[in-house]
Ligand binder design. Structure first.
Ligand code: PLP
Length: 486
């Protein structure tokens, strides 16, 4: 493809994407695809000779679009959002177009240095203490962009495991133990399995009525493990759990982990985006006691997947676990020790220029624009919360966290499940569910585990009229479910 042909086709692709953005709201948010249906639309073998772009673009409309879950649809209220925005898409396009490999500083200095600076900007923008900035005293900290929160949890756990084993002169990682709440994301369990600590060595600590980790229970379990010869190594505090958005008590956890020379990782995958607003920073009170901190702008900060920000307090912990220097990667800057080589900060060697999209997002919206985006979604969630609270067919099941709320039908699990299925079948709204101890919004429930519907507001395009429409559909379908006596 010549640059001229690229220019012509590229304009058409951008036009196609812009038209997708305009049309997405008119499509069913969830596809009705049967397993194997998409594969059956593809030919048995790849084309032997070049196909024209008319055919390629037509297949986007014929094969791809009708078989997608439309995550950018304003009626998408399931899981957590996965934002795309114009500036982020353009940043990704430029990154791919430049085609650079940022594994070492020397393989593209701009790729490394823009990333370092943008993560320092972000550390300040979300209220992290300056000990996480790359220019903090001692030159030991800083941030890096990873693909996902799961990678961040694993990367931190590998560093913690090595630090613990080194401190105790141990050689067997299965002596290390990991602590997190029973409401934490499954990626913590997965990381322990992957890094040799083992899933059996993950202690899931009970939660209280707010579904946040109980620090007294954490202390007890750690003491018991230490007394029996295990090596307590890593604790993960979740700021905004996946099911209900519960906030673990960071300061209390930090005091415990400090007392036992353990690593404290903070998983703020979803809720971290809201930290751009100073009024939400209470939830990370005590963060100065953390060893690593992570959140995903690709969830709720207008930055297309993948973009997960990870800050570390002592980069030497990562380097001693990850750094390895074969002859073919040697270069003067690395040898002089005067640069960051991000390949030593994570598992892969190669890395994309992901900082570009974050840089574009920041420069396009400005911090004020990002704050307005978050505040509007929190306002919409408050509005919805009020409607649910004042309708006695429904029960709120946990305190609202930012733009996430959980509710059910008072009539019980089967009715709630049927309601969600009927709402999703409407094609206008998509909701997902979880099962949690139902303590209600103020902790006065009975704590029975129930099937509850989650609503996570955060699509780039969502407005108040969409949330009003979603509530009208939920309300209409609830009448249907209750009328049918489910
Ligand atoms: N942690 C929390 C609290 C999450 O909610 C999620 C996903 O929703 C994750 C971790 C995993 O995120 P990722 O897909 O970036 O690995």
């Amino acid at each position: 493809m010549t640059p001229d042909e690229f220019r012509r086709v590229g304009h058409r692709v951008i036009d196609w994407l812009a038209s997708y953005m305009e049309r997405v709201e008119s499509m069913p948010v969830r596809p009705s695809t049967e397993p194997g249906e998409v594969a059956a639309m593809l030919p048995d073998a790849p084309p032997e000779s070049s196909e024209g772009w008319d055919a390629i673009l037509a297949d986007l409309d014929r094969i791809v679009v009708p078989n997608l879950m439309h995550w950018q649809h304003p009626g998408f209220l399931g899981y957590f959002p996965c934002n795309a925005s114009g500036p982020a898409i353009l940043g990704d396009l430029v990154s791919t177009g430049l085609g650079v490999q940022g594994m070492l500083w020397s393989t593209s200095p701009a790729c490394t240095e823009i990333e370092t600076v943008v993560l320092d900007w972000f550390a300040d923008a979300i209220g992290l203490p300056s000990v996480f900035r790359s220019d903090a005293e001692g030159g030991e900290s800083g941030g890096v962009i990873l693909g996902t929160a799961s990678e961040a949890a694993l990367t931190a756990m590998i560093a913690a495991r090595d630090a613990t084993m080194h401190a105790h002169g141990a050689t067997d990682p299965s002596r290390c133990t990991v602590y997190t709440s029973e409401q934490a994301h499954s990626s913590i369990m997965k990381a322990a399995g992957l890094c040799g600590i083992g899933r059996a060595n993950v202690r899931t600590i009970p939660t209280g009525r707010s579904l946040a980790l109980d620090p007294g229970a954490l202390r007890e379990v750690i003491q018991k493990d230490a007394a029996s010869g295990m090596l307590p190594s890593y604790a993960c505090a979740t700021i905004g759990t996946t099911s209900t958005g519960a906030i673990d008590p960071l300061r209390a956890m930090g005091e415990i982990t400090r007392a036992h020379d353990m690593w404290l990782h903070v998983d703020a995958a979803y809720a971290g985006s809201a930290l751009v607003c100073p009024e939400h920073r209470e939830m990370i009170e005590g963060v100065e006691l953390a060893d690593s901190f992570n959140f995903n702008p690709h969830k709720w900060l207008l930055t297309s997947f993948d973009c997960s920000l990870f800050w570390i307090r002592r980069r030497s912990d990562l380097l001693s676990a990850m750094a390895i220097l074969p002859e073919y990667l040697r270069n003067a800057a690395t040898d002089a020790g005067s640069v960051i080589d991000y390949r030593d900060w994570h598992i892969p060697l190669g890395r994309r220029f992901r900082a570009l999209k974050l840089w574009f997002v920041l420069r396009h919206y400005g911090l004020a624009g990002l704050r307005a985006f978050i505040r509007e979604h929190v306002r919409l969630a408050e509005l919805l919360e009020g409607w649910i609270a004042s309708d006695d067919r429904f029960v709120l099941c946990a305190p609202r966290c930012l733009s996430l709320l959980c509710f059910r039908l008072a009539a019980g699990d089967d009715a709630t499940r049927t309601l969600m299925e009927r709402v999703n079948a409407s094609g206008e709204v998509f909701l997902t569910h979880t099962r949690v101890p139902d303590w209600g919004p103020t902790g006065e429930g009975d704590g029975a585990e129930r099937y509850v519907i989650r609503v996570a507001i955060g699509a780039t395009t969502v407005r108040e009229d969409h949330i009003r429409r979603a509530w009208a559909i939920v309300s209409r379908e609830a009448d249907g479910v209750l009328g049918a006596g489910v």
